[in-house]
Design a protein around this ligand. Sequence first.
Ligand SMILES: C[S@@+](CC[C@H](N)C(=O)[O-])C[C@H]1O[C@@H](n2cnc3c(N)ncnc32)[C@H](O)[C@@H]1O
Length: 252
Amino acid sequence: MTFNVTADAYGRFMGRYSEPLAERFAQEADVRAGQRVLDVGCGPGALTAQLVERLGADAVSAVDPSPSFVAAIHERFPEVHVQSAVAEHLPFSDDYFDRALAQLVVHFMTDPVAGLREMARVTRPGGLVGACVWDLAGDTGPLATFWRAAHDLDPQVRDESGLAGARAGHLAELFHAAGLKDVEPTTLTVDVRFASFDDWWDPFTLGVGPAGAYVAQLDESQRDALLDRCAQLMPSAPFEVSASAWCVRAFA
Ligand SMILES: C[S@@+](CC[C@H](N)C(=O)[O-])C[C@H]1O[C@@H](n2cnc3c(N)ncnc32)[C@H](O)[C@@H]1O
């Protein structure tokens, strides 16, 4: 899936979850000064920012197929080496990085096993390959209430639960299939606070990702019904959403 949206729209919809997640993910991937690290599917830079803080910009490379996100990284981190590319065809030589990381990307890859294999190829032997994907099949992901409401109104709705790595255990299976060694799965959880129901709902109308695309193709009455159902299911404001991602790290 391509993300044809502005960095600002992405930030309002997903950045509020992916920024705190990036801190946890960088910690889990044991990112330390002196390493050279690749951010695969960098988006507007939630993980990139963490890597720059820990390593310095000149030790960070990033790729993404979305032109608006590549431009956003150029502007935000002029020293980061960012290119337009997909995980399945990484424009780097073998063994170039100490870490290759993909935060919230594997489920959007056309061929996730090929993408992870490429990440392993560009990582030096003994270096670490890491990825995380929200729990999009159970109750603990950030979009669980949204998709539950959509299902209540339309049992045939195509949600994100079938995407690669979205269900418990699947991300680790993909790592094994890509030939990675010492595969270690874990779960990362972040808590995000919302001041009001509108603060939570409005970003769904910005067209970001599969949830935004779903809202965008509804007619007005369908959208109102979905909003009402979400309002019934969400707690009274202010509230926190606890969001969990499956995370896997392994060695190249
Ligand atoms: C949910 S966003 C995650 C962005 C960022 N990593 C973050 O955590 O906020 C998914 C990103 O994956 C990118 N993407 C989609 N398909 C990809 C592929 N095959 N290889 C690399 N990136 C891809 C999209 O353009 C988008 O920026």
